[in-house]
Ligand binder design. Sequence first.
Ligand code: 13P
Ligand code: 13P
Ligand code: MG
Ligand code: MG
Ligand code: MG
Length: 362
Amino acid sequence: KKITLSVIKADIGGFVGHSNVHPECLETAGGILAGSPLLIDYHVTHVGDDINLIMTHELGKNSGEIHELAWNTFLSCTAVAKKLKLYGAGQDLLADSFSGNVKGMGPGVAEMEFEERTSEPVIVYMADKTEPGAWNYPIYKMFADPFNTIGLIIDPKMHGGFLFEVRDLIDNKKVTFSCPEEIYDMLVFIGAPGRYCIKSVYQKGTNEIAATSSTQRLNLMAGRYVGKDDPVLIVRCQSGFPAVGEALEPFANPHMVSGWMRGSHSGPLMPVSVNTSSPTRFDGPPRVVALGFQLADGKLHGPQDFFADVSYDLARQKANEIANYIRSMGPFEPHRLHLDEMEYTTMPDVSKRLKDRFEKVE
Ligand code: 13P
Ligand code: 13P
Ligand code: MG
Ligand code: MG
Ligand code: MG
């Protein structure tokens, strides 16, 4: 019997500003999922201003019924957000009505279908104030870097390596790299996370799904600035996959990601608990939460809020120090994102308005 784990998320309005989700929105979402006969189990949570619906069921990936349930849940939450005049009510719901699949409609989706192992530990990662490419560095570390994951060396089931499906979000293409043989080729692409994102990772030989992320760019869909995409990621752990601790280890070093204030800055990704996931300083710094669950016949036992642990205190301190330094750059690159990314903000308008002021230099 196969179980599907679906994580579907959206920002339907912030409380206060872009910092958090109003409790009434979370209650509304929980109430709707509790009443659905489609689900085996669910957990409603948030990171910063994004609502995350973590759901298990037997309807497979891309199920119209599950996606519609998520869409309708976000619509009901948006009604609450409008009533409370929360900030940016309905922000990530780009479509007027549901059309069979939430992909391309605004919400972020990460789903995997698998046969539950004797023990099935999974981690759901959720980030706020950043974009899908933010997962490239930690996924690479988990599944391709033996200095992070000793299992790649000493676990016979991991020693063969993993397959990485990489998406080109601009040209809408995908390519699969076989690692470790092709890590140099792959890094040419995934080192540019604004365009190339690791969508999924598969165990070599068995082709078992190991990890999958949400990869959509809201600004590319909407054609204008609509906030960052605040991505999610699911990773299966142990027995041929990274140990839980190996899957958490990359976040001990806060890497630089795009997002933060107005989705237009570079900053460190700070690992935090759900309760401390609300970005404050300059609407940041960007946050990541990791929730662990043991699945048992589709039931979600958990969560364990991993980054609440003291062993991530130094990562938070380091992130604060990096944030302090990079903030001093103000509106200058590389704190401010490069021009390509600014194309979705004021750059086109300002350029157009000042067009006649630019004179040709001979
Ligand atoms: P325990 O001995 O605590 O079960 O730990 C085993 C292990 O492999 C930890 O990574
Ligand atoms: P969100 O994508 O989290 O809504 O953030 C948008 C923003 O502009 C923060 O300053
Ligand atoms: Mg927001
Ligand atoms: Mg957000
Ligand atoms: Mg967003």
